[in-house]
Design a protein around this ligand. Structure first.
Ligand code: HEM
Ligand code: HEM
Length: 186
């Protein structure tokens, strides 16, 4: 089934969820490595920056596609094993994750555009990333801070989200994790 139903996620939402999850978790790792560990201004750091930017803007596209798909169909119902406040918290967390999926890469894009180094950002070595603001050192520094803080917020929320998925599966023993798995049966 491609579409979402009341009792399970369809293949499109499942595919976009897991593809995004793999990319974003990779982004956390590459982002922290290139910014904190790689030798500054080395060719390794430069190419990691290009990969980070390329996959980062891909996340914007995948997330817009996903939101578009989400509003065209029903959303699986809340778990009846979890407490009412947990279901409410899950709703809020999912909204926050959708917002961060757009805002975190957007703040990275603004930071890169505001850079005064004058380097080109190539998306997968093919397209030049358009500049969305003019070069400005102060703006670059502000968005560097914003991008880093929001990325850490994102990492924290994803950790909580994974913990919640495991709680559903192993403690409540409901179908919340199973209904997000493409190979699962009804
Ligand atoms: C889902 C998308 C993204 C995630 C999760 C993410 C995450 C991160 C993380 C964790 C860091 C390391 C922060 C630090 O400790 O300094 C980082 C740094 C960075 N990100 Fe992203 N990022 C994303 C998208 C983007 C995009 C789209 C761009 C640009 C087009 C970008 C540009 C950068 C740059 C230039 C740095 C290095 C900042 C520095 O000089 O310290 N990011 N990102
Ligand atoms: C960066 C990584 C991740 C992000 C950004 C993310 C984001 C989201 C979002 C926004 C939703 C709401 C459904 C939707 O709109 O498609 C969702 C649902 C879900 N996620 Fe994740 N997710 C990530 C990783 C994971 C991982 C690693 C797991 C498993 C351990 C997981 C398990 C689930 C489950 C089970 C649901 C369905 C919840 C329900 O049916 O109510 N997610 N995820």
């Amino acid at each position: 089934m491609l579409r979402n139903e009341m009792d399970r996620w369809g293949l499109v939402s499942q595919g976009l969820h897991w593809l995004t999850a793999v990319i974003v978790i990779g982004m956390f790792g590459v982002g922290l490595y290139m910014a904190e560990v790689a030798e500054p201004f080395s060719s390794l750091q430069f190419s990691l920056f290009q990969w980070h930017k390329s996959f980062g803007v891909t996340v914007i596209a995948l997330s817009l596609l996903r939101l578009g798909w989400l509003i065209t169909g029903p959303r699986p119902a809340d778990s009846n094993m979890a407490k009412a406040w947990e279901n409410k918290a899950a709703r809020l967390a999912h909204i926050a994750l959708h917002v961060l999926l757009l805002v975190v890469p957007l703040t990275g894009w603004i930071m890169t555009s505001a850079s005064t180094l004058g380097l080109k950002s190539m998306i997968f070595g093919v397209w030049e990333l358009p500049q969305i603001v003019s070069p400005d050192k102060a703006l670059h520094e502000t968005f560097e801070e914003v991008h880093e803080s929001l990325a850490w917020t994102f990492i924290g929320l994803v950790a909580l989200h994974i913990g919640a998925a495991l709680k559903h599966h192993f403690i409540y023993r409901d179908n919340v994790l199973i209904r997000m798995l493409p190979w699962s049966k009804r």
